[in-house]
Design a protein. Structure first.
Length: 214
């Protein structure tokens, strides 16, 4: 636990410098009023604040990985921890079954740093020049995914794995490429996807069916 606490302190020290993805706060605290109908860049501040607004045990237990990808992301962002509003940081825990994959995705608003809590993972990101940077990481290792670049994590080990992720945004956002392209609403036209991926429209329909919500 001490090493994890040290990592968190280092991560927040890093993200508290001049590399915020979010705008700087203009006041000490601005706990998010998640029920407000006001639309702005972030969330308005709520009037009644308590210590509970700054505490969460969301990441203390493994998430359930019984899904088609064999992984689950548990976020501790401003939507789950209102005290993060305007502070420019958030965390997530990612759990992996054996063979589990966090499929290729991007975080449009943040850089991500992962710290391996247990197990081992094959991870990587792809630059806009189509260069893959990858590594095999084990317990205690750290890997960085630059802001907005496509990246992935895969558990090719023989036991479950988990990482702690730190972001320099209160709400980094996630776009999983397969879901974004094949399960958008309204749908991306079949002829666009078939030409982009050089497959038939029938194959596009099959892939869309697999991504459709069950």
């Amino acid at each position: 636990m001490a090493s994890i606490a040290t990592l968190l302190l280092l991560s927040f020290a890093l993200f508290s410098t001049s590399i915020f993805a979010d705008p700087d706060s203009l006041q000490d605290i601005c706990v998010a009023d998640l029920t407000s109908g006001t639309k702005l860049n972030g969330f308005p501040c709520k009037a009644n604040v308590s210590s509970a607004d700054f505490f969460s045990s969301l990441l203390s237990k493994p998430g359930l990985t019984n899904n088609s990808f064999g992984s689950v992301v548990t976020g501790a962002n401003v939507e789950k921890l209102a005290g993060l509003n305007t502070l420019g940081v958030s965390l997530a825990r990612i759990d992996f079954a054996v063979g589990g994959l966090n499929p290729p995705h991007t975080h449009p608003r943040a850089t991500e740093v992962v710290y391996v809590l247990e197990g081992e993972l094959d991870v990587g990101f792809i630059t806009t020049a189509n260069v893959l940077y990858s590594a095999h990481i084990v317990k205690g290792d750290v890997f960085v995914f630059p802001k907005a670049l496509v990246h992935f994590q895969k558990n090719n080990g023989k036991k479950t794995a988990a990482v702690l992720s730190a972001f320099n945004s209160q709400l980094p956002g996630t776009q999983s490429l397969g879901t974004t392209l094949f399960a958008a609403t309204p749908q991306v036209p079949d002829n666009v996807l078939s030409k982009a991926f050089k497959i038939s429209t029938k194959e596009v329909e099959i892939i869309k069916y697999k991504f459709a919500a069950k």
